[in-house]
Design a protein around this ligand. Structure first.
Ligand code: HEC
Length: 151
């Protein structure tokens, strides 16, 4: 009796693991098509200052998006460029922090404001993959998104 229960428990467990592995393998490269967010960076100096304040202050953007070499400066409160570069090898995969400077090659200078805003609001990366939900900005207002995108 006990052996029978044990046997079936193992069969059920192994089946569940196989289903999980197959589901993850099939779904991991899905692309998503969330609505674009209709905001555009402003040139107003008050809005730029507000965006920088959120970016370097309560938004905590630099706590993740800073580079290895700038880490100490960020701790001292310096406003350095969000060059990214940290990598976190976790069992679920490697998390890489992207460069979000306005550089057209290494940063996000070639990505439209609406796509950047979509990344923050809906968690869909510029290339359409679902981003790991590290950025808790889904409820940020259009006004604040407009400000943040400037920096
Ligand atoms: C807790 C860490 C963390 C914080 C805080 C954070 N980010 Fe991110 N950000 C990430 C990670 C990780 C990714 C990449 C996710 C992925 O591609 O799966 C990312 C991706 C992005 C992207 C997409 C860039 C690209 O090329 O794919 C933008 C834009 C962005 N972050 C802006 C911001 C802004 C603006 C803030 C602050 C308001 C911020 N992030 C705060 C971790 C963070």
């Amino acid at each position: 009796m006990i052996l029978k229960i044990l046997k079936w428990s193992v069969i059920v467990l192994v089946s569940l693991i196989i289903i999980l592995v197959v589901t993850v393998a099939l779904r991991q490269n899905l692309k998503f098509d969330a609505p674009l967010v209709d905001v555009k960076a402003s040139t107003d100096s008050t809005i730029i200052a507000k965006g920088e304040y959120i970016f370097y202050g309560p938004g905590h953007c630099m706590e993740c998006h800073c580079s290895y070499e700038d880490y100490k400066k960020v701790e001292l409160g310096e406003r350095v460029a969000p060059k990214g570069g940290f990598t976190y090898p976790l069992p679920i995969g490697v998390i890489r922090i992207p460069n979000i400077t306005s550089d057209k090659e290494t940063g996000i200078g070639n990505i439209s404001d609406a796509i950047i805003a979509r990344a923050l609001r809906h968690g869909v990366a510029p290339d359409g993959h679902a981003m790991i939900d590290f950025m808790a900005f889904h409820n940020t207002s259009d006004e604040d998104l407009t400000a943040i995108i400037l920096t």
